[in-house]
Write a protein that binds this ligand. Sequence first.
Ligand code: ASP
Length: 348
Amino acid sequence: GVNEEKRLEYRYLDLRTQRMRNNLLLRHKTIKLIRDFLDERDFLEIETPILTKSTPEGARDYVVPSRLQQGSFYALPQSPQQYKQLLMISGIEKYFQIARCFRDEDTRGDRQPEFTQMDLEMSFVDEEEIMKLNEELLIKIATTLFPNKKIQEIPFPRISYKEAMEKYGTDKPDLRQDKNDPNLLAFCWIVDFPFFEKTDNNSWTFTHNPFSKPKEEHMDWLMEKKSIENILTTQYDVALNGYEIGGGSIRNHNPEALKKAFEIMGYENERIEKNFSHMLEALSFGAPPHGGIAWGLERLLMILQNEESIREVMAFPKTGDGRDLMMKAPSPIDEKQLKELKIKIDKK
Ligand code: ASP
C-alpha cells in the first residue's frame, strides 16, 4: 500500500477509496444516531467556546495569543468540562455536544492534537443513571450500525479499579474471551477509582478530574483532608477491547468541598482564586447535583470499524508529531502578524 505520509499529504485523493468513504459514512451515521437518541430524551445540544481559558484535564494547553488584550492568551479547551457544569447551574438539565477537544501531548501512537468527544452532562442523577443511559446508547450504536458485531456481555460487567489492576494489570482490560474474533465487543465499566495519586515530586494530583465528587462515604475524609490515599471517587470509565473509550463522574457541587480538593493538590489560595474562582462562585449560587461523561468518539469508531488507528476514522488527521501534511501546518506566520500580536520569536 501507499505509505501513510503520502496518504495524509494527498488526503483528498485518499478519501476517494471505498475504505475511507465507508469510515466517513459510519462516523456520520453514528453521530446522527447519538443526536437522535439524545434528542428523544430531551437533551439540548449546546456549543461551547473554542477560545477559552485553561481547564485541567491533565494535558498541556494549546494557546492562542490575543491581539486586543496584548500579553494575554486564550487556551483551546481540553474538554468542555467547566462549561457543561456551568450549564447545569443555568438550569439546563440535560446537555450534550459533539465537542472538539485540544490537548498538546507528546507523540503517542493513538493520540491526536484535536479529537472529538461525545460529551454529556445531566442534573439530578447518580452514577447508575448515567451508566445505564450510556450503555443503552452504546448497545444501540453497535446493534443498528454494526450488525456484524457481537456484544460479549450485557449488562456490561463492572469491575473495581483495584480488581482490574490486580487481575489484569490495567484499568482498561481486554475482556474478550476470543481475542482473535474481530467482531467481538467486550465492554466493561471500571469503577471505584482513587481520587488522588502521588506525583513524581510527592504531592497529590487528581487521577481523572478535579471536579469529581468523592464517594459519599469518603466525603468526610476530603473535608478533613485525611486518609487521602483511600478516598475513592464517583468516577466511572467505560473500556472496550482493551481501550478506554469514555469516562465521567458525579461532580463536586459543593464549593467548599471542591476547594478542599484543590487544597489537597497543594494549590495556593492565589492559584485557586486565579484559575477557579468563577467555578467556586458559580457553585455558590446553588447548583443541582450533576454528573456526566465523555467518550472519545474516534476510539470507539476505530474499534467498531476494525481500524488500527484513530486517524482512519478522521477526515483530516495530523501526523503523530502534530503536522497536517496536506495544509502544511503548523507554519511560520508573517512578520506583520507577529508585530500586531507583539510577539518576538526567540530564534536559537
Ligand atoms: N471532561 C472529562 C474528560 O474529558 C469527561 C467527564 O468527566 O465528563 O475526560
